[in-house]
Ligand binder design. Structure first.
Ligand SMILES: Cc1cc2nc3c(=O)[nH]c(=O)nc-3n(C[C@H](O)[C@H](O)[C@H](O)COP(=O)(O)O)c2cc1C
Length: 343
């Protein structure tokens, strides 16, 4: 595939990041109408991976946050992803934080964002999912809580999300690790995590009976955890038997970029500075979970080498976000190649 993105990127990077976000996604939707934009699927027809009881056509996924409302699923799928995770979606629409809230740090190949779950609400996403016809990729929905939902009622938001997308998604992700919703990360620990998962799994049992389908539940964690916190989390995950862990979300540790322009903007840091840290978390998590709960690796994947490091640390699948912004869609094929070669 011609690396047209290398030519386009300097022009795109002159514009405001959120403007480029909308421009490129709309352009992608139009281009995808002409047919698949990336022939990687044809190049690696046997890259299938079985995780959470699902058959993923390949190991490369789109991470949550790029298509929060599910408005661009077809365009994004045409890039060759084996799975697409839409969201984070909350029960009610909310505007997120005031702009500017997304910053590039090109010197470090990084982004800082404090979007704050800007999204059009679960009903908008559900309407989009209903319109999808036959698909040849796995679809995940990443669920969150509204900013103005009281912390003690957080579980209700996730339960509502689970119910609304139950028969439309292939799996759901419980996002308790975004740094831009006050209190959200508190749900990652001890009793709060235990209670949340107990309620979700109980509701899933009822929904399984109702729909005749068991929907896998993944949990997305932060990279900013001590060894003891991670061990406690792993024990709770094993106790409840969740279906997967996505490691990781963005980091609050800005030490590697603080001297660079925008490096001190409040928000979650993603991209290259996160790469090693998220791989370490995957490694530690794998030593705690073994083969009992699969890990989906995410954080700073920019190359075949980065993806291979995640697989070697124990990940079964990977997800991309910031690497796509810096490297363009050609990265999807490189990642598929990495796992097809490792198989
Ligand atoms: C602009 C932006 C928005 C994001 N929004 C979400 C989100 O809504 N939900 C979520 O779970 N993760 C969100 N993320 C985190 C990514 O899914 C991913 O976990 C993180 O960026 C690390 O991967 P990366 O280094 O490949 O970007 C967002 C990341 C960015 C850069």
């Amino acid at each position: 595939m011609i690396d047209w993105y290398r030519w386009l990127r300097p022009w795109l990077f002159r514009l405001d990041p959120e403007t480029v976000h909308h421009l490129t996604l709309n352009a992608l939707d139009w281009a995808a109408k002409l047919g698949p934009l990336n022939p990687v699927r044809q190049t690696f027809p046997s890259a299938e991976v079985k995780v959470m009881g699902l058959s993923f056509p390949n190991c490369a996924g789109l991470a949550a946050g790029l298509d929060k409302n599910g408005d661009h699923i077809k365009g994004l799928a045409s890039l060759g992803f084996g799975f697409i995770e839409v969201g984070t979606v909350t029960p009610r629409p909310q505007p997120g934080n005031p702009p500017p809230r997304l910053f590039r740090i090109p010197q470090a190949q990084a982004l800082i964002n404090r979007m704050g779950f800007n999204n059009q609400g679960i009903d908008h996403l559900v309407a989009n999912l209903r319109q999808l016809d036959q698909r040849d990729f796995i679809l995940g929905v990443n669920l969150g809580k509204n900013k103005d939902t009281a912390q003690e009622k957080a579980a209700e938001d996730y339960l509502l999300g689970l119910e609304k997308v139950y028969n439309l998604a292939d799996y759901v992700t419980i996002n308790i690790s975004s740094p831009n919703t006050p209190g959200l990360r508190d749900l990652q620990h001890g009793e709060a995590l235990d209670n949340l998962l107990a309620q979700l799994l109980q509701r899933r049992q009822q929904l399984t009976k109702h729909w005749g389908k068991r929907l896998p539940i993944a949990v997305k964690i932060a990279p900013d955890l001590t060894e003891a916190e991670l061990a406690q989390q792993a024990a709770i995950f094993l106790h409840h038997g969740i279906d997967a862990v996505i490691a990781t979300n963005t980091t609050l540790d800005h030490s590697s970029v603080e001297s660079l322009p925008h490096g001190q903007e409040p928000g979650g840091l993603s991209g290259q500075p996160l790469s090693q840290k998220s791989t370490e978390i995957i490694h530690q998590l794998y030593s705690l979970l073994g083969e009992k709960i699969p890990i989906i690796g995410c954080g700073g994947i920019f190359s075949t080498k980065d993806a291979t490091a995640k697989f070697e640390a124990g990940a079964k699948l990977v997800q991309l976000y910031t690497g796509l912004i810096y490297r363009g869609p050609g990265l999807v094929g490189e990642v598929i190649k990495a796992c097809a070669t490792l198989k």
